[in-house]
Design a binder for this molecule. Sequence first.
Ligand SMILES: C[S@@+](CC[C@H](N)C(=O)[O-])C[C@H]1O[C@@H](n2cnc3c(N)ncnc32)[C@H](O)[C@@H]1O
Length: 222
Amino acid sequence: MRIAEMREANVRRAYARWAGSYDMTFGRFAESSRMAAVAQLNLLPPGRVLEVGVGTGMSLPFYQPHLKVTGIDLSPEMLAKARARVARDKLSQVEAILEMDAAHLDFPDASFDAVAAMYVMTVVPDPAAVMAELARVCKPGGVVMVVNHFSQDHGLRGAVEKGMSRFSERLGWRPVFPVATVMGQMGLVLEEGVKLKPFGLFTLLRFRRSGPVARGQGLLDS
Ligand SMILES: C[S@@+](CC[C@H](N)C(=O)[O-])C[C@H]1O[C@@H](n2cnc3c(N)ncnc32)[C@H](O)[C@@H]1O
C-alpha cells in the first residue's frame, strides 16, 4: 500500500493545533519509548546529539550533561514550548533549538556524534530525504536512532491502520507506514530493532553510520 502524502503546510497546521495539548496527549502516551531511546543515547561517550523533530522538547530534560543537544523542528508553536522548557528547567545540556526542515538540515556533513528522530518519520513529507540527511550529518561511527510507529499489513491492527490512513493529513501522521520506508539508506547499517511499550506499538531502530554520505545520496538499490 502506498504511504499517504503529507504536505508541509498541513504538517505545520497540524502541529500549530497540537502544540497546546501535545504533552498531555500523544506526548505522554509515547513517553516510555522516548525514554528508552534517550537512555541508550545517554550511554554514548561525550559528544553532540541532534534531535530532529524535537517538538515540545519532552526528551530534553533527560539527556545527561555529557551530551550537548541541538533540537530542530518545523513547527514554531512546538519550538516555542521547547524553548520555554529549556529556559524554565535551565537545561544546560541543550546547545540550540532551531527552526529547520529535517529534509534540508543546515549543518555541515558529519556534525554530530548521534542523531535521533522520535515519532517524526511518519510525519515528514519526504521520509527518504530525511533519512539521507540523518546519515549525512552523523559522523562515521556515530549512531542514528529512529523511534516510530510502523504499520502492519495484516490482522486487526493492520485493518485499523488502513482505515485511519485517509485521515493522515488531519492527524498529522501516517497510520500506514511500513518499516521498509526507513530502510536501505546508504551509509546506515541497522544494529538493533526492538519493539517498545505501550503494546509494542513503537519500534526503536538503531543504525550505525558507516562511510561518507554526500548531500542527497539516497536509498541503496535493493
Ligand atoms: C509527533 S511529534 C514528535 C515530537 C517529539 N520528537 C516527541 O518525542 O514527542 C512530530 C514532530 O515532527 C515535527 N516535524 C514534522 N515534519 C518535520 C520536518 N520536515 N522537519 C522538522 N520537523 C518536522 C513536527 O512539527 C512535530 O513537532
